[in-house]
Design a binder for this molecule. Structure first.
Ligand code: TRP
Length: 328
């Protein structure tokens, strides 16, 4: 089949993937493999922009991410897994791109501003240049499509600007890549804030049944409801958001909503049924995950092999770029 184009996207290896990654990102990526040539990047250099003091975590986190990717259906036979730091051309292209971007443009990047202001991270040169490295990740493979979450759109915009600037200065070289937003809404965590590893509110793909049950039973529900007989709110109630996404028994969901609104069902029962639905949804994935986790050689092999396939593409781009920039 003729594929539509080339995708590059990826994750920073920061540890296990959670349900927010699954429904927001991974299921979408898995589907896109049918229509696009996909490169999936493990962005280990990007981890260092915020956390260079813990090099000992990186290896383990890479395996966790890869294992979750495989369990979620990313397929190294059809797609290419790439380790960023193992293809030196990413760093080299980022350096050359850094000539084409102003410091003030990068200072206006909302992600950077937030990390420095709200999280108090040091405004290192590496953190400021984060989007330049991301532009290199994408353009070194001349990818035209980048499926990402909304938070990444400013980085894609900078990538497009770099591509335009390069093309207008040195001649047509790079596509102007498009961000591709997934349809999935943001998944709330068990405390109703956005699901995020650092909030401690996440349900992980690697959580076993019992852990999922404990998390669901402690989930935030309608705070205005004191007695089971009070009419409850379904909208904005994360327990029902989860039912909508994960419970395949639509009839049960509608019935539970009606009873909840009428004050004829308690939170405990609604949660129990969610536990069952989640178990049903996650069991095949957990089984696959267990199989991959037992085969670290296969997991690393998929990354090593993909990286070897990606490298010549990156090298060809760099040959072209060096020549155009006068570095022959
Ligand atoms: N910045 C992305 C994130 O935090 C990860 C990433 C690095 C990426 N390089 C990329 C995503 C290139 C898409 C394309 O999620």
């Amino acid at each position: 089949m003729e594929k539509k184009g080339r995708i590059l996207t990826g994750h920073r290896p920061t540890g296990r993937r959670h349900l927010g990654h699954l429904v927001g990102t991974l299921e979408n990526w898995a589907r896109l493999q049918d229509d696009y040539q996909c490169l999936f990047l493990i962005a280990d250099l990007h981890v260092l922009t915020t956390d260079y003091t813990h090099p000992e975590h990186i290896q383990g986190n890479i395996v966790e991410v890869l294992t979750d990717w495989l369990a979620a259906g990313l397929d190294p036979e059809r797609s290419t897994f790439v380790l960023q730091s193992a293809v030196r051309e990413h760093a080299e292209l980022a350096l050359l791109f850094s000539m084409l971007v102003t410091v003030s443009r990068l200072g206006r990047n909302p992600t950077y501003k937030e990390q420095v202001k709200e999280l108090g991270l040091q405004s290192s040169l590496g953190l400021l240049a984060y989007p330049v490295l991301q532009a290199a990740d994408i353009l070194v493979y001349k990818a035209d499509t980048v499926p990402v979450g909304e938070d990444q759109i400013p980085h894609i915009e900078i990538t497009r600007e770099v591509a335009r600037r390069f093309n207008s200065t040195y001649g047509e070289t790079f596509p102007e890549p498009q961000g591709l937003l997934s349809q999935a809404p943001r998944l709330p965590g068990i405390d109703n804030r956005t699901m995020h590893t650092s909030y401690g509110n996440a349900i992980y793909l690697s959580d076993d049944s019992q852990t999922v049950e404990e998390k669901v039973m402690s989930m935030y529900t309608d705070p205005t409801r004191i007695h089971t007989t009070d009419p409850g709110h379904v909208e904005g109630n994360p327990v029902f958001t989860y039912h909508d996404i994960f419970n395949q028994d639509r009839e049960e969901v509608e019935e539970l909503k009606a009873r909840y609104r009428a004050g004829r069902v308690g939170d405990v029962e609604v949660k129990r049924r969610l536990v069952r639905a989640l178990d049903h949804y996650l069991t095949p994935l957990r089984e696959k995950r267990r199989e991959f986790a037992a085969r670290p050689d296969y997991v690393w092999g998929a990354l090593r092999e993909g990286t070897s396939r990606a490298r010549p593409i990156a090298q060809a781009t760099m040959t072209e770029v060096r020549e155009k920039m006068g570095l022959t």
